[in-house]
Design a binder for this molecule. Structure first.
Ligand code: SF4
Ligand code: SF4
Length: 216
């Protein structure tokens, strides 16, 4: 699919998902969204985190926000260094699951998903998107676990990589790392399958397809 057509399809798809999300919120049936998320989990096992890049309402809201910040050349804060590693995100996931159980058992009327979405917007007003994707979002943490053995991912053909870093600048989840030789490598389980690196790469060596090798 051509870049322009794909981007139009993605926008339509994301906006439709966002409308569905808010429609379910208004109808008081947001719990049905968990069924959509579970489908995303199933897909992630084989084909990566398409839920994050194509369906998640938080990510859809982040996109115009990031575009706006980019246009105004406003830099947001990076993820705090002391939160490197996965400990914090697992802690948040456990808290989130405990809250879900608590709400369920006590029949508390609380729209966790909506509050989480609002929190994500507040956080991304101050921090770069990657902070949310990599350190806070409990859905992202679950998908980063379930997608580890996926057979489809965004691969970089290192033989054609000139190490320009254009892909990294665009990546909303900081999933592209620099290797010792200057070439780039994608951490597949952190990738949102958003195609932004593919559009940015001048040598067109980024591509979503079957994984040939897994080095990390
Ligand atoms: S920019 Fe590329 S590596 Fe980063 S999340 Fe999107 S598809 Fe994955
Ligand atoms: S944009 Fe393409 S050529 Fe540049 S570093 Fe990324 S993968 Fe390599």
């Amino acid at each position: 699919m051509k870049e322009k057509t794909r981007n139009i399809v993605r926008w339509i798809w994301e906006i439709a998902a966002l409308i569905l999300f808010f429609g379910l919120t208004v109808a008081g049936k947001l719990q049905l969204w968990f069924a959509i998320f579970m489908l995303g989990v199933l897909i992630s096992v084989f084909a990566g985190r398409f839920y994050c890049g194509w369906i998640c309402p938080m990510n859809t809201i982040f996109r115009p926000l990031s575009w706006f910040y980019g246009k105004l050349k406003i830099k947001r804060l990076k993820s705090p260094k002391f939160l490197s590693g996965n400990g914090f995100r697992y802690f948040i996931l456990i808290l989130f699951l405990a809250l879900m159980i608590f709400v369920r058992i006590l029949h508390v009327k609380m729209n966790i998903l909506l509050y989480l979405t609002m929190l994500s917007v507040l956080v991304s007003l101050v921090f770069e998107e990657a902070f949310w994707h990599r350190k806070i979002c409990p859905f992202g943490t679950i998908l980063s676990l379930t997608s580890r053995k996926a057979k489809v991912a965004m691969n970089i053909d290192e033989s054609g990589c000139i190490g320009c870093g254009a892909c990294q600048k665009k990546c909303p989840s900081d999933s592209i790392i620099t290797k010792e030789d200057g070439k780039r490598y994608n951490l597949k389980h952190e990738c949102l399958m958003c195609y932004q690196c593919i559009d940015a790469c001048p040598t067109k060596v980024c591509e979503i397809g079957t994984i040939q090798e897994r080095k990390i």
